[in-house]
Design a protein around this ligand. Sequence first.
Ligand code: GLA
Length: 379
Amino acid sequence: MKASALFRATFGVAPQAAASAPGRVNLIGEHTDYNGGPVLPIAIQARTTVAVGPADAGVLEIVSSRDGSLARIRYTTAFPPGWAAYVAGVMRELAALGAAPAGGGARVAVAGDVPVGAGLASSAALTVAGAKALAALAGARLVPRQFAGVAFRAEHDHVGVHCGVMDQTVAALAKPSHALLIECASGEARHIPFRGRLLLVDTGVRHALVAGALNERRAECEAAVTQLRLELPELDWLAAWPAMRVARLKRALPEPLRSRAVHVVEETARTRLAAELLARGRLKRFGELLYESHESCRRLYQCSAPELDLVVAAAKRAGALGARLTGAGWGGAVLVLVDRRCEARAVVAIRRAFARAYGREPAFSVVKASGGMRKESVR
Ligand code: GLA
């Protein structure tokens, strides 16, 4: 059911504003965002739509097409559990900007097709769409970067997932047929035409502890920065460590901090090179960097899973241009860059290898670089 129809069915009146935002696939630059490095995501076709209307002061009444049950929350005094927390975080952040609906109350209906837990940033689709719809209800005007900021702080500061800024930024700023190079330390963003053909292979593996694992990696990266400051006192971010000085970094850090830091520094260099290659249409060399990135995630950052590794290996044997896990990892989906010649062969090879190993099939889809958040009709 669509968000505005769900709103009507639940509350018996029409919503007053609605907005949607996309999920994303990160082409390259994994676990670099919260380390001040670059990322290169695209927005995908799957979107989350949020329809909103007024409610009593300080009250959120929220319903989602996923479970259909209605929750009524006094979110200013009690922070709700589950996905409602993301919307409550958005309300608190909008209020801080003077951009929340009058009295800070709202009715909210959520619907969409961004799979949850697949590494496709469903939470950012929800927070960005929610922020856009709620600000429209309040009659507040924010620029896209402010929406990204509200959504990021909702997830990071209120829900407590130590994510970076990639997901919310691409959900707010993406353009169709373009990838977005985001330099996360400066916030600088550049649209780069993306003409590759991408398959998404969802392994169906859902790691319930992704948020915990992400927080643990982030803590390791912070510990690495603290130690590296003994070598380079002005180091702000792990990604700012000079790529030429990896040998020195290795000497300075014990495991596992060493492996985590080498991944971040090398992934940073790889991502900037990948963006240049993409801008020049050199997809073959670009694809090789995807394989390298996966290997680094597997071996150094240790955020892969056997199912993801199997898909990447099968894609490589079948001649795909590149493949890697996308998103936080520990489960979720693999992106496979193909051309017309190898596409059918890659699909068959991955399906066969996966079925042989796990007795079931992964889900395939074709992803296209799509647009960012937008207002939706309330009819
Ligand atoms: C999650 C986070 C992102 C990013 C990725 C890893 O998706 O939400 O900010 O850190 O993991 O690249």
